[in-house]
Design a protein around this ligand. Structure first.
Ligand code: 5AD
Ligand code: SF4
Length: 320
C-alpha cells in the first residue's frame, strides 16, 4: 500500500507531515511517487481561513476513487461534514516524539504545540489546544541529529516561540552546537519579545537575521478588540530596539484587513505603520470569520470588495 501526503497551511503542518510520514512507513506503507499511484491520501489540513478549508473540500472532490484520511487543524463542524464525504479523520498524537522523515529542504524542529493567546479571530487555540512545551534536552537532541545528518538550516517552530520558557537560553544552546548550520524561528508574538532575545540574535553568527513579527493591525482599538495586548507605539518601540542592535535585520509581519468594524480611518493607521516601518515582507489576510472564536460573534461588516482594496493597497506599499 502506498501513501501520499498533501499539506496545507503553516510550517507547523509541514513539520507534522514529516512525522506522519515516519508513522506511516513504520506501519509498512511506502511513499507513492505521485498522487495517482497512491492507494490512500493523507490531507493535513488548515482551518485558519475559510479559503483554506474550501481548498480541502475541492481537493477531496477530485480524489473520489481514493481512500482519504484527514488530519491537522479541523473544526468541529467540518469533522462531521468530512465524515459524510467518506473521509476518515485521524488525530495523530504526540507527533513531537517521532523522528521526522525529511521532506522539505529545511529541517523543522517543533519546540511547542498549541497556543494560549486567544486572539479574537484565531482558531488555533481551539484546533491545537493549549500550549505544551517540548523538553529542552529532546529539542537539542533532535537538532544535534539533524546537524550531524548535514541539515543546513534548523527552523524552530511554535505558534508563539517566545512563550517557550527561556527561549533565549534554548537558542543559545542550539547556537553553540558544533557544525556549520543556520538557525531561524517562527512565529514571534510582539508581547513576549525579550531584550535578552534581541541580544542573543545580535551576537550570533548562526541565527538568520530575519524576524516575522506579526502586528495584525496599525490601530490600537482594533488591536484591543483582536485581543492583541500591545499598542502600536509599543510595537514601534520594539522594532526600534531590534533595529538598533541588529541593523541588518529583515522584518516581516502578518496583517489582517477588514477585521469586524475596521473603519477606513483605522485601516489608514495600518497604512501609516507600513510607511513608517517599511517591512521587507508581509502576509496580508482578509479577515475570515471562524466559528467558535470571540470575533465570530462580531459582525463581519467589511465587504469583500473593500477587503480586497485594502489588501491591494498594502501590497502596493510593499513593492514601492
Ligand atoms: N482571518 C484572517 N486571517 C487570519 N489569521 C489568523 N486567523 C485569521 C482569520 N480568522 C492570520 C493572522 C495570523 C496568520 C497565521 O493568519 O494574520 O498571523
Ligand atoms: Fe492564533 Fe494569536 Fe495564538 Fe497566533 S498568537 S496562533 S494568531 S491565537
Amino acid at each position: 500500500m502506498k501513501y501520499h501526503i498533501i499539506t496545507y497551511g503553516c510550517q507547523m503542518n509541514k513539520a507534522d507531515s514529516e512525522r506522519i510520514a515516519t508513522v506511516l512507513e513504520r506501519k509498512g506503507y511506502l511513499p507513492a511517487r505521485n498522487i495517482k499511484q497512491a492507494s490512500f491520501v493523507v490531507v493535513n489540513m488548515c482551518s485558519v481561513r475559510q479559503s483554506a478549508v474550501d481548498r480541502v473540500y475541492n481537493k477531496i472532490k477530485n480524489l473520489k476513487d481514493k481512500q482519504i484520511i484527514i488530519t491537522g487543524c479541523i473544526l468541529k463542524q467540518d469533522r462531521t461534514k468530512l465524515k459524510k464525504n467518506k473521509c476518515e479523520i485521524i488525530d495523530f498524537k504526540d507527533l513531537f516524539k517521532i523522528e521526522p522523515k525529511i521532506i522539505y529542504p529545511e529541517c523543522f524542529v517543533p519546540i511547542m504545540e498549541g497556543c494560549n493567546n486567544f486572539c479574537a479571530y484565531c482558531v488555533v487555540p481551539y484546533t491545537r489546544g493549549r500550549e505544551q512545551y517540548r523538553k529542552e534536552a529532546e529539542i537539542i537532541n533532535e537538532a544535534t541529529t539533524l546537524i550531524k545528518k548535514g541539515c543546513p538550516k534548523i527552523t524552530l517552530l511554535g505558534q508563539n516561540v517566545n512563550s517557550y520558557p527561556n527561549f533565549s537560553t534554548l537558542l543559545t544552546k542550539i547556537n553553540n552546537l558544533p557544525g556549520n548550520f543556520k538557525i531561524t524561528f517562527l512565529t514571534s508574538h510582539p508581547k513576549d519579545f525579550s531584550a535578552q532575545l534581541i541580544d542573543v540574535m545580535a551576537k550570533s553568527t548562526k541565527i538568520i537575521k530575519h524576524l516575522n513579527l506579526p502586528v495584525q493591525s496599525g490601530d490600537d482599538d482594533i488591536l484591543k478588540r483582536m485581543n492583541r495586548p500591545y499598542t502600536v507605539q509599543q510595537y514601534k518601540n520594539l522594532v526600534a530596539r531590534i533595529r538598533k542592535k541588529i541593523p541588518d535585520i529583515r522584518l516581516s509581519t502578518d496583517i489582517i484587513v477588514g477585521f469586524p468594524g475596521e473603519t477606513k480611518k483605522q485601516f489608514e493607521r495600518t497604512v501609516k505603520l507600513f510607511k513608517e516601518i517599511k517591512f521587507n515582507a508581509a502576509y496580508i489576510s482578509k479577515y475570515s470569520p471562524r466559528p467558535g472564536t470571540a470575533a465570530f460573534k462580531m459582525k463581519d461588516n467589511v465587504p469583500l470588495e473593500e477587503k480586497k482594496r485594502r489588501t491591494k493597497c498594502l501590497r502596493n506599499l510593499l513593492s514601492s
